[in-house]
Design a protein around this ligand. Structure first.
Ligand code: NAD
Length: 419
């Protein structure tokens, strides 16, 4: 029987493999296998009907060896400490790949936010921020949005933290509204980075985005922005999905029309209709014939059970951990190139870094400047990954882990062990 999926075991196995393939000094590896701090908080909330519920929240700080802890906050009914630990570890690796001066962290609350009113969500966010306030801060740990959280959530985090400190603290959180010190380009940055990743990969084969067929699982912040940017760069987005199901159109979906529909709020793809558009299942989105497959929802979507059925030319991992270790092996055997999450979705944390720099310096940058710098940074790290694939005869996932672990081990050795 296949083992139950465990994202933390997954990331540790992949790190272990990369240490061997990259011939990396093992002396500091034990440190990197464990987070520096795990925090679990219980959050009592008065519901709108007067009843009291207690929610479980987490903040895992994996490493601050290269800079302050950095990572998003997720609201999801299946979120647990183990998942947050894996996500925090991926953040450490991601920031090292991107070569930005951050470590890695992640937070979450076990809650289905769809079942809460906006007032309840606001109270929950404020109570969670209060509970983790002693361990976050602009120069210690900087949260950001993730699944089911957004600029509004970040505005509540920012306000709660600033109230506690008695002065505005814009640098404590990124992904906040531009009006509250957010960066232009941050909201679409993760999706933009996904498109940049696809463009860089296609260029290796002399191809461009124009006419490339794309299938995207997940139409949230990352998936919807990636879809919009692919569409405007003349790629053909033929399939998309959200939690309710998928849409397909061989000629390419009208992403602008679909975005307009979704932006009305509370809308699901299962209720969308347009001439030439058919409804398909989520699984069919993953297995449809396309040039680029973009999983942009949750972990554990491309598994040993469906990896053999995929008909894509390549995969660009927009979500964190969408592909299991077993699936990686199948894809490698099938010659399907995969651009891993810790590079492909790094656009979000890179522009979060730009936002934080603007906050600290009390400056604001233009959108074009932000987008240009994002593309420049990602192109530079892509080249670094490419060099390692050649040096170590490995795939892009291994190369990304090797690049990250080399930097982290070097930093650990330079600092030495305290005391
Ligand atoms: N927001 C960011 O800046 C950011 C940055 C880096 C990585 N990520 C990762 O990207 C992924 C998506 O994050 P997001 O911020 O877009 O979240 P989101 O909450 O904005 O959107 C999630 C989307 O996935 C869909 N979804 C949920 N379960 C699904 C399922 N079983 N099948 C198909 N679709 C499903 C939802 O309907 C929604 O459209 C996550 O793995 C997250 O960790 C996000």
């Amino acid at each position: 029987m296949a083992q139950a999926y465990d994202p933390y075991t997954n990331v540790i196995h992949t790190m272990t493999k990369a240490m061997e393939i990259g011939h990396i000094d093992q002396s500091m590896f034990e440190i990197l296998k464990n987070p520096q701090r795990e925090t679990k908080v219980y959050l009592p909330i008065e519901m709108d009907d007067g009843s009291v519920r207690v929610f479980e929240g987490y903040r895992v700080q994996h490493s601050n060896i290269r800079g302050p802890f950095k990572g998003g906050i997720r609201y999801h009914q299946t979120c647990d400490l183990n998942e947050v630990k894996a996500l925090a570890t991926w953040m450490t690796l991601k920031c090292a790949v991107a070569d930005i001066p951050y470590g890695g962290a992640k937070g979450g609350i076990q809650v289905d936010p769809g079942t809460l009113s906006e007032r309840e969500l606001r109270r929950l966010t404020r109570r969670y921020t209060f509970a983790i306030a002693p361990i976050i801060g602009a120069d210690t740990d900087i949260p950001a949005p993730d699944v089911n959280t957004n600029p509004q959530t970040m505005a509540w985090v920012l306000d709660t933290y600033s109230q506690l400190k008695g002065h505005p603290c814009p640098g404590v959180v990124t992904g906040k509204p531009v009006e509250l010190g957010g960066s232009r380009g941050r909201n679409s940055a993760t999706g933009r980075g996904v498109v940049i990743s696809a463009k860089l990969l296609l260029a290796l084969e002399g191809k461009t985005l124009e006419g490339t067929t794309v299938a995207i699982q997940g139409m949230g912040n990352v998936g919807a922005n990636a879809a919009r940017i692919f569409y405007h760069r003349k790629a053909k987005v033929i399939a998309i999905s959200d939690v309710s199901g998928g849409l397909y159109c061989e000629e390419g979906l009208d992403i602008d029309a679909i975005s307009l529909y979704l932006n009305q709020g509370g809308k699901l793809l299962k209720d969308y209709g347009a001439p030439g558009v058919t409804h398909i299942t989520n699984e069919e989105v993953l297995t449809c014939k396309c040039d680029v497959l973009v999983p942009a929802a949750l972990e554990n979507q491309i598994t040993e059970a469906n990896a053999g059925k995929l008909q894509c030319g390549c995969i660009v991992e927009a979500a964190n951990g969408p592909t299991t270790e077993g699936a990686d092996d199948v894809l490698e055997k099938r010659g399907i190139t995969l651009i891993p999450d810790i590079f492909a979705n790094s656009g979000g944390v890179i522009v979060s870094y730009f936002e934080w720099v603007q906050n600290i310096q009390e400056l604001t940058w233009e959108r074009d400047q932000v987008n240009e710098m994002l593309e420049k940074l990602m192109s530079k790290s892509f080249q670094e990954l490419l060099n390692v694939t050649e040096e170590c005869h490995c795939n892009f996932r291994m190369a990304a882990y090797i690049v990250a672990l080399r930097k982290l081990v070097f930093a650990e050795k330079m600092k030495g062990i305290f005391p």
